[in-house]
Design a binder for this molecule. Structure first.
Ligand code: ATP
Ligand code: MG
Length: 368
């Protein structure tokens, strides 16, 4: 059991358009309002990078460095159970470092799993409408917290997959060399597939329950982990071998967990090509609430919530339902919006604070 983590402060330097520090949030609900393009998402991104080593929107972390600058820095102070720690990200074009209390953690995964958080943002509608990559990412993010060892297998798998692919495309490697890579693919691929199934087993019942609460009345959600990885390792290896020339032509391996999917069905029909816009939104909400549920079961406490601009994607009723469900959890929450009026109820709470973002400058507008 871990104590609930709360962010005490955020300091940034040369991170996108954000002015230098300190941002001191309330323990509970935090609203960041402002017009389009002023830096609200940048603020959540800074928190996300500071806590996870990754951005949820930049392809390369270098994009987050303020234009004309050489490096960006993010420093987050977090309190859990009376103990304060500092997570710090230094991002340069040629290198980066992540430190917890001035020390380098063993791996990025150690750093990223320290402070559990769940992000809700408009791009996540793809979780229901988009390709399998979005849903694999959800499972893989949970791996980080629930089965961190499998995160290393995932990294190793991706690396070996790339290496085999370049050998195939160069066309000069012999059978023995390729087999060495394919044996590694079987080993890591199997590990990834098993770990994902474990996460799937935790996520699926939570998603079904959440869909009952947030979903379309009368519709039943079912989830399935669809793998193309053969059950038997020998068969897996054989298929990799058989597919070599096909894989070389299509620039990607035909077999492996990088092609698995978490399939969502509504009353027996695949949601991706069948669900209405409203149903897609309900499905995304169910998956995100399931993500929250899996983390709560693991840590015994709620994660920190980052909600970016949901009023642009969710109608008021659904947004209210989500805020109510999250508020039950007594967790710290960061919400951005262009519309302050939607959050009047949440802002009445004594642990709530509202900020206004103008050209990267943040000002407290209400709350102690
Ligand atoms: N590397 C960078 N250096 C300086 N400024 C940047 C950098 N990257 C983005 N910006 C600026 O950040 C601003 C966008 O910030 P952000 O996406 O956080 O806006 P927002 O308040 O979330 O807007 P919206 O309500 O439209 O979502 C833009 O003005 C953009 O020019
Ligand atoms: Mg934004």
């Amino acid at each position: 059991m871990t104590a609930t983590s709360r962010i005490l402060s955020l300091d940034v330097a040369d991170f996108r358009n954000l002015e230098t520090g300190p941002f001191v949030p309330a323990k509970g609900f935090n609203l960041v309002v402002g017009e389009n393009g002023h830096g609200k998402t940048n603020l959540l991104e800074a928190l996300y990078v500071g806590l996870t080593t990754k951005s949820f929107r930049a392809h390369k972390l270098g994009e987050t460095i303020a234009r004309g600058k050489e490096a960006a820095r993010v420093r987050v102070r977090i309190e859990a159970d009376g103990i304060t720690r500092e997570q710090r990200a230094n991002l340069g074009f040629s290198g980066r470092s992540f430190l917890i209390d001035e020390k380098r953690p063993d791996t990025y995964a150690t750093y990223a799993s320290k402070t559990p958080l769940v992000l809700f943002h408009p791009g996540e509608l793809e979780l229901s409408q988009g390709g399998g990559a979005h849903r694999r990412k959800l499972l893989d993010r949970l791996l980080l917290y629930v089965a961190p060892m499998a995160t290393s297998a995932l990294t190793a798998y991706a690396k070996v997959l790339r290496e085999r692919q370049s050998l195939l495309e160069e066309g000069t490697a012999g059978d023995r060399e390729l087999v060495t890579f394919e044996e590694l693919l079987v080993r890591y691929g199997r590990e990834v597939e098993r770990a994902r199934r474990e996460i799937f087993g935790l996520l699926a019942p939570q998603a079904v329950a959440a869909f009952r609460r947030f979903g379309s009345p009368g519709k039943m959600l079912a989830l399935d982990y669809l793998t193309n990885v053969p059950e038997d390792d020998e068969a897996y290896l054989r298929m990799l071998r058989v597919n070599r020339s096909v894989d070389a032509r299509r620039s990607s391996a035909s077999i492996g967990p990088h092609r698995d999917d978490l399939v969502l069905s509504l009353d027996g029909a695949h949601a991706r090509g069948f669900a209405s816009q409203g149903q897609h939104r309900a499905l995304v909400m169910a998956l995100k609430m399931a993500e929250v549920g899996v983390l709560e079961a693991k840590y015994g406490t709620a994660p920190i919530f980052l909600l970016d601009d949901l009023s642009s994607e969710f109608d008021a009723a659904r947004l209210t339902a989500l805020l109510e469900a999250l508020a039950e959890r007594d967790a710290q929450m960061f919400v951005t919006s262009t519309r302050k009026e939607l959050f009047a109820e949440a802002l009445r709470h004594e642990d709530a604070r509202a900020f206004e973002m103008t050209n990267g400058h943040l000002e407290t507008v209400s709350g102690a």
